[in-house]
Design a protein around this ligand. Structure first.
Ligand code: ATP
Ligand code: MG
Length: 149
């Protein structure tokens, strides 16, 4: 059985979410793949935006990749690829979006990762954002694969 590191955090508002995303982003290394799960409006893009702005400055434009499917940013360490696969019709289409190169030499943040099907590498960091009763409250579950192979 594969052992996993699991962490759960509750944030009360968008500001706390942004702080969490910033802190999380600082732990990422080249080759890391982050699956961002959660319902419509859960806060996946907000999380990605805060992570990116923490690295590149608060003025940085971070549009949702809903239509372009991927947006690329020059992080200090390597390129960061922000995907939104909601509109992907076939999991194979991900290869036309530079996914091979992104996995090898970049950091990937992927909204709607289930759309990639089997093409999503197993060894990814999983983040799920759950809405809660209070409008601005979210429960975030971060699962990291243990790398002892
Ligand atoms: N604690 C919070 N963290 C993140 N977003 C919050 C929070 N509280 C309220 N919000 C609001 O929830 C919305 C989240 O929208 P966002 O576009 O980030 O969701 P999404 O998960 O990317 O949706 P989609 O599936 O459509 O891409 C925003 O309007 C944001 O202001
Ligand atoms: Mg989004």
């Amino acid at each position: 059985m594969r052992m996993q590191d699991k962490e759960e955090i509750v944030v009360n508002n968008e500001k706390e979410m942004a702080a969490l995303a910033a802190r999380f982003g600082e732990t990422l290394k080249t080759g890391d793949i982050v699956a961002l799960n959660g319902d419509l409006g859960a806060g996946k893009t907000s999380f990605a935006r805060a992570l990116i702005r923490n690295q590149l400055g608060q003025e940085t434009e971070v549009p949702s990749p809903t239509f372009t499917l991927v947006q690329t940013y020059d992080f200090p360490l390597c390129p960061l690829y922000h995907y939104d696969l909601y509109r992907l019709d076939d999991p194979e289409e991900i290869w036309a979006l530079g996914f091979e190169e992104a996995c090898m030499s970049g950091i990937c943040l992927i909204e709607w990762p289930e759309k990639a099907g089997e093409n999503l590498p197993e060894n990814h960091i999983d983040i799920t954002i759950h809405k809660m009763d209070k409008e601005t409250q979210r429960r975030i579950v971060i699962t990291r694969p243990k790398k002892d192979d």
